[in-house]
Design a binder for this molecule. Structure first.
Ligand code: AR6
Length: 168
């Protein structure tokens, strides 16, 4: 059974139990998908983020999701692209992996990811897509509890890249 789905659109509208936020280390409401998630969730989620305080690059933390349809938001911090020599690929893979580990710990069965790091943080989109798909595939090969992982692409470049990689 295929447990990976692809959609193009706004992640805040999705029905998944958890949506992943492309967060920053300070867990502050920023721009991009993070700004959209914070606007849709409301102040309670921001307060939870403030209480948690920090999340290192490559790691993830979880909060409730305020006014969103989702029950949880997993805040994953991808790396800022600095040319590729600062362990960016491994840190990006780790952001996906840690998010999925949290999902399993919270008995979450459906989860949606944005294209972490490929906006403001400048990670090359093609490399990021390959890393994301590989990280998710290898996680799923050792997991039986997650029912569906959705890649939610906002821009057409990313959507086309994922379509090719996922053969859909
Ligand atoms: N739904 C889904 N994807 C979206 C949405 C949306 N509503 N809006 C944008 N994207 P970015 P980063 C896509 O910049 O590069 C924030 O300020 C966008 O097209 O949101 O990880 C944080 O607080 C792109 O493909 O995140 C951090 O400071 C992808 O989301 C910093 O930006 C990621 O772009 C994180 O930068």
């Amino acid at each position: 059974m295929n447990r990976i789905a692809l959609v193009q659109g706004d992640i805040t509208r999705l029905d998944a139990e958890a949506i992943v936020n492309a967060a920053n280390e300070l867990l502050l409401p920023g721009g991009g998908v993070c700004g959209a998630i914070h606007r849709a969730a409301g102040p309670q989620m921001a307060e939870e983020c403030t209480r948690i305080g920090l999340c290192a690059t490559g790691q993830a933390v979880i909060t409730t999701a305020g006014n969103l349809k989702a029950h949880y938001v997993i805040h994953a911090v991808g790396p800022v692209w600095q040319g590729g020599g600062r362990n960016e690929p491994e840190l990006l893979a780790s952001a996906y992996r840690k998010s999925l580990e949290l999902a399993v710990a919270y008995h979450i069965k459906t989860i949606a990811f944005p294209n972490i790091s490929t906006g403001i943080y400048g990670f090359p989109k093609e490399m990021a897509a390959t890393i994301a798909v590989n990280a998710v595939n290898s996680f799923l090969s050792n997991n039986e509890t997650i029912r569906c992982i959705t890649f939610c692409c906002f821009d057409s470049d990313n959507y086309e890249l994922y379509k090719k990689l996922l053969h859909v």
